[in-house]
Design a protein around this ligand. Structure first.
Ligand code: CA
Length: 223
């Protein structure tokens, strides 16, 4: 099945160039030039990835990115005309997955698109758009709000969330979280889980994500 890339670009020639290259690389494409129409298009067409120019008529890419992140974890590559802006953009923590600076070669863009999709496919078992886990930085956000987790809590959440619905015993969790075979008691796992659940509940009280299975262990499920 071919993946759908939404190109958000108001320079028509550039948009066409990207369309051509991405299509040649086997992607399905669609393009939007007006900032005001992007969110509606994302909702309607549900792309697999978005190339999002920042300077757009009617609405800028930063604002658009923020709004998309309130309802979707679709990979977003931000496109900027100023290389010195990239640091600032990263600092804004917009939830973008990568940044490309103009002028770029279309080939580079295709390579980046593939790389970002590969990366997001690895995370694909994550069932929810509400929870985002950044393994490189040990950061977790739920409903776009940061969960302030310890490293152990993050590992536990990541492990459970990448295998949704599967039940893990305390022993299995211990082996996973403490691979150096430190002696850890069942109660330690329970206490980490308890803290993790409390932090999740602080953001999302109505939905439990980590469920205890009586006498067996725990599982992750969005119910
Ligand atoms: Ca532009």
């Amino acid at each position: 099945m071919s993946r759908k890339v939404l190109i958000v670009e108001d320079e028509q020639k550039l948009a066409q160039l990207l369309l051509d290259y991405l299509q040649q690389s086997g992607f399905e494409t669609l393009a939007v030039a007006d900032g005001a129409h992007v969110v509606a298009s994302v909702r309607q067409h549900v792309p697999d990835l978005i190339l999002l120019d920042i300077m757009l008529p009617n609405r800028d890419g930063l604002e658009i990115c923020r709004e998309i992140r309130t309802f979707s974890s679709v990979p977003i590559i931000m496109v900027t005309a100023r290389i010195e802006e990239i640091d600032r953009l990263i600092g804004l923590e917009l939830g973008a997955d990568d940044y490309i600076c103009k002028p770029f070669s279309p080939r580079e863009v295709v390579a980046r698109v593939k790389a970002v999709l590969r990366r997001s496919d690895k995370d694909a078992p994550l069932p929810m758009i509400r929870l985002k886990l950044d393994e490189a930085r040990y950061r977790a956000t739920l409903d776009s709000r940061e969960l302030d987790l310890t490293a152990v809590e993050f590992k536990m959440l990541h492990f459970l969330a990448t295998n949704p619905g599967r039940i893990y015993s305390r022993q299995q969790l211990m082996d996973r979280i403490y691979p150096d075979e430190r002696i850890v008691s069942d109660r330690t796992i329970d206490s980490h889980i308890k803290k993790l659940r409390r932090k999740i509940a602080d953001i999302s009280a109505e939905k439990e994500l980590i469920h205890s299975v009586y006498g067996v262990g725990y599982k992750f499920e969005e119910l």
